[in-house]
Design a protein around this ligand. Structure first.
Ligand SMILES: N=CN[C@@H](CCC(=O)O)C(=O)O
Ligand SMILES: [Zn+2]
Length: 411
């Protein structure tokens, strides 16, 4: 099946040769073609260019995209999309003055989600999660990472990852799974955290590998959760089993976790609402992708990741939603891109680079998605008639996405 899009107002994120990621000053460049065509064949992008260069060709379908912009779909490299129930009560508690940490100390937060998930069937978890997945795809997400971490027991962690595996089998969108058994210490192990860490290393990881349930391993490296030393042990156990580290770190404190992640060659370090010069020095010269989660900062009222500082030190930056019931009950990557511009002062070019090609890198999928490149998957979206791509982050709170194509199929 061949589909030809013509008269495209502007084709965005066009990369003749596939790049792995963009860093520093490179992030300011967003290659585009005005008045363009785009040719799709089955699942792939096969050609694109200026309308002046379009050769006549037999195709199955021609779509006139006059006035519209076409860009790659968003790459959301950090979500907790599988969860048992929402947590509006904590939302109201925070309005009444409690902090995220105080709620967690009272047994709320992650432990609240874990309690609910342990009593929820795999089927119910799957049904809830697929509704969320369908909604984020309609908003323009074309690749996604989904974590465990609300199970906090062998069976419940496996249950979560089996749900992710079923989503992978039943949906066309590239999905990556992350084992996050080290999300919090379960209440019953509060006085014997070593036993739970041993369980993660000696029971959970082997079973996750045996069932082929995860690509990555994650730890919440933060005061009150896992220390850098514990993080190091768990990441090393995951790496030995073939899992690549992607880590929650520096959300509320800088406790030395960045050095641990870089030393373990983490694919990404995520959150970074707190970042020190020493952390930045650690990241320089590494291949680790810093990932900012601005809708978490928005919802919790905590600082935004200093993206300008990271970029000014010639580092790359990716953007993701952190979609979860506690700190970010939104899977809207369009809002993330808007917040990156409005609150982190990224230019539209930097924010779109961070949410496409750099997000693809943070998913280990930059050779398949994240740019309009011949031979990559036809994962792209068509906007409504808009003035320019600046309108995409400007038009915050809603989205300008009219059609989403995943592997060449209109969703
Ligand atoms: N900080 C750790 N984990 C999630 C929040 C989990 C929750 O509150 O349910 C995050 O990335 O924000
Ligand atoms: Zn998270």
């Amino acid at each position: 099946m061949t589909t030809l899009f013509i008269n495209i107002k502007e084709l965005i994120q066009v990369r003749e040769t596939s790049v792995q990621k963009v860093s520093g000053e490179e992030m300011k460049e967003l290659p585009t073609i005005k008045n363009a065509f785009l040719l799709i064949e089955n699942e792939l992008i096969v050609d694109y260019g200026s309308m002046d260069a379009l050769q006549s060709k037999e195709v199955d379908e021609v779509i006139d995209a006059t006035g519209k912009i076409i860009l790659p779909t968003w790459c959301d490299s950090h979500t907790h999309l599988v969860f048992a129930s929402t947590r509006e009560g904590e939302f109201v508690d925070r309005i009444n003055g409690l902090t995220y940490e105080e709620i967690a100390e009272k047994g709320g937060g992650i432990l609240n989600s874990a309690k609910k998930l342990q009593n929820t069937s795999e089927e119910d978890l799957y049904k809830d999660a697929e509704v969320r997945l369908q909604k984020v795809i309609k908003m323009g997400t074309g690749a996604i990472e989904i974590k465990s971490g609300y199970g906090l027991s062998v069976e419940a962690e496996l249950k979560m990852l089996r749900v992710v595996k079923r989503l992978k089998e039943n949906y066309n969108i590239p999905i990556k799974a992350t084992f996050l058994g080290a999300h919090a210490i379960p209440a019953e192990y509060k006085s014997n955290r070593e036993a739970y860490i041993e369980m993660i290393i000696n029971e959970m990881i082997p079973l996750v590998i045996q069932e082929g349930l995860a690509d990555y391993i994650d730890v919440f490296c933060e005061k009150g959760y896992y220390t850098p030393e514990e993080t190091d042990r768990i990441l090393k156990a995951g790496k030995e089993a073939g899992l690549i580290p992607k880590v929650h770190v520096n959300q509320f404190n800088s406790i030395g976790g960045i050095a641990t992640c870089v030393e373990n060659k983490a694919l990404s370090v995520d959150h970074l609402e707190v970042i020190t010069d020493a952390d930045i020095d650690q990241l320089k010269g590494s291949n680790t992708m810093p990932v900012a989660l601005p809708s978490c900062s928005f919802f919790l009222g905590i600082p935004y990741t200093d993206g300008r500082k990271l970029i000014s030190h010639n580092l790359p930056l990716a953007l993701a939603t952190d979609y979860n019931p506690g700190s970010t009950p939104s899977g809207n990557m369009n809002f993330v891109v808007s917040l990156a511009c409005i609150r982190m002062k990224l230019t539209p070019e930097e924010a779109i680079n961070a949410a496409t090609i750099n997000g693809a890198y943070a998913l280990n999928l930059e050779d398949q998605i994240g740019s309009i490149t011949r031979g990559k998957l036809a994962n792209f979206m068509v906007t409504e008639t808009i003035t320019s791509y600046n309108f995409i982050p400007y038009n915050f709170g809603s989205h300008t996405i009219e059609d989403v194509y995943i592997k060449g199929i209109r969703m």
